[in-house]
Design a protein around this ligand. Structure first.
Ligand code: NAX
Length: 327
């Protein structure tokens, strides 16, 4: 067994938290030879419920769980952490405008960014799941001036996995046959699931499906999948979101498979014409714990328009939260 690493999870008593913590503790995220110490952050009223979750974690007697810290203090939760999964966020209430939602989440992710800046390991890997995930990640990043901006990422992996699954189903193949999927941009309904580079069983995806299905079925289905789950289940995606969070962190820690890539929301750097300043979904490869944007992909007019539309939305969100930046 390796030396334990510290993994913070916020919103730990919520529904994604309940689907996530047991898998992290079981070794699904970092491997069966990597013990973890969980640092669980909740708001004060949720601490009794969180205590119940801690009791259950202990009752599992996981070989890879080396300790649990449960707290309502971000300074304690982020002390010396190697990984931080920021799941807890303010949901949109009835009649709440996007501006109010961004503001309410700024009040969470600004202070959490500061606490990470003060207490986390200098190479901490931060994944923001709580919505609006990309902009919440930007707020946290902009409040952590001493950390590398690349420490902050947002989750588009659930969209990536949903897209793989839809394409596999359509082509009668398994999702493991689908490679080189891309989710560009925001984790919202403007995201652009791009099939131009995807392959199924080694064949170009767009040679196997017709353009009408791609445009009028696949893209909206992936974009609206979150809403479809809420309609069917009466609650938002939880187990699949937790699974995608595990996938995102495992890939970031352990690397991408040869000949494939994944989608991650990461700081834009000008690649593919997306100016610096937002957290944007890109195709990336990962090696030795560092991600790199896949370069040199050809972008046609169809893709360009969609990539720019989701960029525009992210810049509008950014404009609504810039006053919350520390630098
Ligand atoms: P829940 O409402 O079940 O749980 C959220 C938990 O966060 C609650 O226990 C709450 O007490 C806690 N919390 C609130 N503010 C906090 C703070 N300042 N510090 C610590 N904890 C805090 O929501 P759940 O279904 O678990 O979803 C969590 C977030 O994930 C939501 O914002 C949701 O929109 C987002 N999602 C993101 C997805 C993605 O792909 N990026 C997909 C799934 C999900 O919709």
């Amino acid at each position: 067994m390796k030396a334990p690493v510290r993994v913070a999870v916020t919103g730990a008593a919520g529904q994604i938290g309940y689907a996530l913590l047991f898998r992290i503790a079981a070794g699904d995220m970092l491997g069966p030879d990597q013990p973890v110490i969980l640092h669980l952050l909740e708001i004060t009223p949720a601490l009794p419920a969180l205590q119940g979750v801690v009791m259950e974690l202990n009752d599992c007697a996981f070989p890879t769980l080396a300790g649990v810290v449960a707290t309502d203090d971000a300074n304690v939760a982020f002390k010396d952490v190697d990984y931080a999964l920021l799941v807890g966020a303010r949901p949109r209430g009835p009649g709440m405008e996007r501006k109010d939602l961004l503001e309410a989440n700024g009040a969470i992710f600004g202070p959490q960014g500061k606490a990470l800046n003060a207490h986390a390991k200098r190479d901490v890997k931060v994944l923001v799941v709580g919505n609006p995930a990309n902009t919440n990640a930007l707020i946290a990043q902009q409040n952590a001036p001493d950390l590398d901006p690349k420490c902050f990422t947002a989750m588009v992996r659930l969209d990536h996995n949903r897209a793989k699954s839809q394409l596999a189903e359509k082509t009668g193949k398994h999702n493991t046959d689908v490679k080189k999927m891309i989710i560009w941009g925001n984790h919202s309904s403007t995201q652009y699931p791009d099939l131009h580079h995807a392959t199924v069983d080694g064949k170009p995806a767009l040679s196997l499906v017709d353009q009408a299905w791609y445009e009028s079925d696949f893209i909206p289905t992936v974009q609206q999948r979150g809403a479809a789950i809420i309609k069917a289940r009466g609650a938002s995606s939880a187990a699949s979101a937790a699974s995608a969070a595990i996938d995102h962190m495992r890939t970031w820690a352990l690397g991408t498979a040869e000949g494939d890539w994944v989608s991650m929301g990461i700081p834009s750097d000008g690649s593919y014409g997306i100016a610096p300043g937002v957290i944007y979904g890109y195709p990336v490869t990962v090696k030795d714990g560092k991600y790199a944007i896949v370069q040199g992909l050809e972008i046609g007019a169809f893709s360009r328009a969609r990539m720019d539309a989701t960029d525009k939305e992210l810049r509008e969100e950014r404009a609504g939260v810039e006053h919350l930046f520390a630098r």
